[in-house]
Design a protein. Sequence first.
Length: 97
Amino acid sequence: MKAAQECANIQEIRTEIDTIDHEIIKAFAQRFEYVKAAAKFKTNETSVKAPERFNAMLQQRRVWAEAAGLNPDVIENLYRDLVSYFIDEELKNWHSN
């Protein structure tokens, strides 16, 4: 990967952004594999939803976002949507077991 400052034109920048986005999506898929694996340790629907863990996770992502110079509200919303989707999928898997 090139550093942003090393890109000579908009196409190189777009190519690097696409590469990063592809890696992010692969990382989300890997994260989801852990979510599905965690279902075997859950004993009820509340433990699947884990509201305390969910809220603590969102707060930690806000801290990380701010430290990285990103808007913590945007990152919280992104994770809230992503993890809510993962929880819904985990619940489906949990109910089918």
